[in-house]
Ligand binder design. Structure first.
Ligand SMILES: [Zn+2]
Length: 300
């Protein structure tokens, strides 16, 4: 009995000793990437799930305590989390993960941001004032972010620098093969016209050559109105000839999508915007596989 207890305690200690880096991710795609690059050297958690809108969550006490213990914070940034992260940072009192410190990692700052026009109108409710923050839907962005993240992990945990470098090169080799496969499969999607619920997919559209004709939201963050939906119906025509897909993330209400789909015959799809968004999106590879599966299956 005592021996079992000691053995159990030793096992717990060795597990704890293994988790060198505590990662606090704002979104599940970054938790998944940290796990892919860190394996058992990291203990990663996400503040949001793929079934929650990362623009809006509550700054719960459990998140404050997780952030207090974190060595590394990974968020999309570009004000995606402006509604809750500043409060968590203030209350967690962990200088390591504050902006500008080595434990702060803002994924969107590394890639070419889209929709940085400077013409957004906050007064009208536009919630993408620093350009579009939903950068994870282009796998080439993931490549750039993965490289930088592996370097940052090595910097924070120098004793395992070689392990992070090895894992990154293994991940990137598999990732590049997957990109080639995805780009071949996605060729028939080029030029397809999409109506997303929110401007969540501009990086996917840029990557695949999809054409966004309008969004169900009149402005990012402003819920669809009857007037705006009526205008879209007029735009695409009752035969739906003006668009190929209506798309939304799993956490966005289905009513506006279905309203338009029922009147036009345009297929309304749910696509995983993050890891865990659909059953097949169990990691970043599965997320892109499933996005393409769903688009191709509904292709008209
Ligand atoms: Zn957004």
């Amino acid at each position: 009995m005592i021996r079992t207890f000691i053995a159990g305690a030793a096992l717990l200690c060795s597990l704890a000793a293994h988790a060198e880096l505590k990662v606090f991710a704002c979104e599940p795609e970054w938790q998944s990437l940290a796990e892919a690059l860190g394996g058992d050297l990291v203990q990663a958690q996400s503040a949001t799930t793929a079934l929650q809108d990362p623009h809006y969550i509550q700054a719960r006490p459990s998140l404050i305590s997780k952030l207090r213990q974190a060595d590394l914070l990974i968020c999309s940034g570009a004000e995606l989390e402006v509604g809750w992260l500043p409060q968590l940072l203030a209350k967690s009192n962990n200088p390591q993960v504050r902006p500008g410190n080595p434990g702060w990692f803002e994924a969107s700052s590394l890639v070419r941001k889209l929709e940085v026009s400077g013409s957004v109108d906050r007064a009208l409710g536009d919630m993408h004032p620093q350009g579009n923050p939903h950068v994870q839907t282009n796998p080439h962005n993931i490549t750039i972010i993965a490289r930088a993240l592996a370097e940052r992990m090595a910097e924070l945990d120098p004793g395992h620098a070689q392990d992070y470098a090895n894992r990154a090169s293994d991940f990137l080799a598999r990732w590049n093969q997957a990109i080639t496969r995805w780009e071949t499969r996605a060729a028939p999607l080029r030029g397809k016209r999409v109506i997303p619920h929110h401007k969540s997919w501009v990086y996917l559209e840029d990557w695949l050559g999809l054409q966004e004709i309008v969004t169900l939201e009149p402005l990012p963050g402003v819920p669809p109105t009857a007037t705006h939906l009526g205008e879209i119906l007029h735009l695409v025509g009752a035969d739906g000839g003006g668009a190929d897909y209506i798309i939304r993330a799993p956490y966005q209400g289905d009513k506006p999508s279905l309203w338009l789909s029922e009147r036009t015959g345009i297929p309304a799809l749910v696509l995983p915007l993050s890891v865990g968004g659909t059953e097949k999106a169990t990691d970043l590879f599965g997320m892109f596989d499933d996005i393409l599966d769903r688009l191709l299956a509904a292709s008209r």
